[in-house]
Design a protein. Structure first.
Length: 180
């Protein structure tokens, strides 16, 4: 209630839904809306708890329409992942990488792909890469990923055209060169 000189003005009480949104305004999946009530024009003081995110200051007020859906901005928290590069015996082929990102963000793969290229040049082929399509979680736990490799078998050498022809001629009893 507010006093306006001689008369009292009553503000209606409205109930709204608070929705957790990222800094780009996209709704954060898996977070239930929170219903709150307050007088029209008063600041919204309620907070939401979203694991892996920090609520940003918003300074929004209760709107005139009950049932409104208000987006509350959140910033994702930093996350870390460790990537190991192993062969089929479990031997480490490269020092582990520590990758940084944010909650719900994609695990960056540029460094992983660089190591994969190095190991390919050394004769290894990746058979399983857990970082492919991976995203950071919303908790504060370090993620562990493994990229598995196997030794590439050397390709069998095909004999050259000349070696094949020479072999065929020798099999047929034809000799080239001076025979004494």
């Amino acid at each position: 209630m507010a006093m306006n000189g001689y008369e009292t003005i009553e503000r209606p009480i409205v109930t709204i839904a608070l929705l957790a949104a990222d800094i780009k305004g996209r709704i954060i999946q898996g977070v239930r809306p929170k219903l709150v009530s307050g007088a029209v024009g008063e600041p919204i003081a309620a907070t939401l708890a979203v694991s892996g995110y920090r609520q940003l200051a918003d300074n929004q007020s209760f709107p005139a329409d009950s049932g409104a859906r208000i987006k509350v901005p959140f910033e994702p928290l930093p996350q870390v992942a460790k990537v190991r590069f192993l062969d089929g015996d479990g031997s480490e082929l490269h020092a582990p990488l520590m990758l940084s990102g944010v909650s719900d963000g994609a695990v960056p793969r540029a460094e992983v792909l660089g190591v994969r290229r190095e190991l390919a040049a050394a004769g290894y082929v990746a058979i399983n890469d857990e970082t492919f399509g991976a995203q950071f979680a919303r908790d504060s736990q370090e993620l562990d990923f493994t990229v598995m490799f196997q030794r590439r078998e050397p390709a069998a050498r095909k004999p050259s055209w000349w070696a094949l022809r020479f072999h065929q001629q020798n099999q047929g009893g034809h000799h080239h060169g001076n025979v004494q």
